[in-house]
Design a binder for this molecule. Structure first.
Ligand code: GLV
Ligand code: MN
Ligand code: MN
Length: 412
């Protein structure tokens, strides 16, 4: 069987999807359940229908587009990713795995392949944590990693709950029904840009992901005392932002002190209230992200941060409250799915590197219910989560061919 990917069409589709954005090109912003997200979903579904796929949406909006196999009772071979995008994002994060997954299916159809196991393209809801504070909302729910009750408690910054917002978007029914039955998937493979510099630096076109790092995130609220920036004397101040600055640097130090490249910590949110130049910061919220491939090392950083919160609170007589949003275990890829990816690379004599994913992906949660692996392609300078994110059409097409070969070998 000769598999040929239509790289030109795939590149055009990536460009077209990028135009469905809340921001001006080249910036892509597509926050879950906003008009841009809903428009992008409709656009994707139309493409899946044209390819003859049978579409189903669950109660959180995860979209399943199935190419029926000859044995419809056999477990399914899944692929896919996400099309939501953080504020000020690029065109390729998630999208390569969704449109590449669709093109892999179309390429197999054109090659005359007849799968035994159905092949399903999955478009996950809210891989990005922007709106509801935790990432991978859809895959957490369908894998049973997050209960419907806990999901319902999540709210966005306007206080709207997941439940309200998903229903407004047209996804009704019981949230708990999003959980998939056991043994639904035979295997799940996700194609994604690397979001790091290694493949480009090593001049290797493909990466086979063997493990995904363990992410954790917290929201820290610091309650100080506000007041007039001129009138309140320094000894009398309880400046919440000064306390926050201490915590940010303590976190950086805690991560650096582990001495491992895989330990990373970021404060990506710093909301200052009331946010006026002549007003002492009364309250600060810090959004903290800590990750490591090694769970105990990741947790050491979390403990060091807790300790810093207590120390700063005591020293400054200020209230520091920390809420753990998620602390997930890492994932290991399945040797069988990794072997299928390796064989596909070898068949085409493509070089590949075994890799660790330091970014999280829906595959992290798919690993709780299915054998998984991921395929990475290079991205320019390792840039991601920024508008100049770029993957070349050649690299995308190469990844799509390998994905198609892998899906075929898993589904026959
Ligand atoms: C996914 O977008 C991540 O933050 O790793
Ligand atoms: Mn992302
Ligand atoms: Mn992604």
């Amino acid at each position: 069987m000769k598999i040929e990917v239509d790289g030109d069409r795939l590149s055009r589709e990536i460009e077209d999807l990028a135009k469905i954005s809340e921001a001006e090109p080249p910036v892509v912003t597509r926050i879950v359940f906003t008009p841009a997200d809903l428009k992008a979903r409709a656009w994707m579904k139309a493409r899946c229908e044209t390819a003859g796929l049978v579409i189903r949406e669950d109660t959180i909006g995860n979209t399943f587009a199935r190419w029926l196999g000859s044995d419809t009772s056999a477990p399914i071979v899944g692929t896919g990713s996400h099309i939501d995008a953080i504020p000020n994002a690029g065109r390729f994060d998630g999208v390569v795995g969704v449109l590449g997954g669709l093109e892999a299916i179309r390429a197999l159809q054109r090659a005359g392949f007849h799968p035994k196991h159905s092949i399903e393209l999955l478009i996950f809801t809210s891989e990005e944590p922007t709106r509801f504070g935790i990432g991978c909302l859809g895959s957490r729910l369908l894998s049973g990693t997050l209960s419907a009750d806990d999901a319902t408690k999540l709210t966005d910054k306007n206080g709207a709950s997941v439940d309200e917002v998903r229903k407004q978007a047209g996804f009704t029914g019981e949230l708990r029904d999003a959980k998939l039955p056991p043994n639904y998937y035979k295997a799940f493979v996700e194609l994604h840009i690397e979001q790091g510099p290694i493949l480009e630096r090593e001049r290797v076109p493909l990466g086979i992901v063997e493990r995904i790092a363990a992410p954790a995130s917290l929201m820290i609220t610091i309650e100080g005392s506000g007041g007039h920036a001129g009138g309140v004397l320094m000894p009398d101040r309880k400046d919440a932002l000064c306390a926050a600055a201490e915590l940010i640097l303590a976190l950086e130090q805690a991560a650096r002190r582990r001495g491992a490249v895989d330990t990373v910590a970021t404060v990506g949110i710093c909301d200052v209230f009331p946010g006026a130049i002549n007003s002492i910061p009364a309250r600060v919220r810090l959004g903290v992200d800590v990750r490591d491939t090694n769970l105990s090392r990741r947790d050491e950083v979390l403990r060091a941060l807790e300790q810093a919160c207590r120390a700063t609170s005591n020293k400054r007589q200020i209230v520091v409250h920390s809420e753990l949003l998620n602390a997930d275990a890492p994932a290991e890829s399945s040797p069988e799915v990794v072997a299928a990816l390796r064989q596909a690379c070898e068949k085409h004599t493509y070089n590949f590197l075994p890799m660790t994913s330091r970014a999280y992906h829906d595959s992290l949660f798919m690993s709780r219910i299915a054998p998984i692996a991921m395929l990475f392609i290079p991205c320019l300078n390792g840039y991601s989560h920024r508008p100049d994110e770029y993957a070349s059409p050649e690299d995308i097409a190469r990844g799509t061919v390998v994905l198609a070969e892998t899906l075929a070998s898993l589904a026959e």
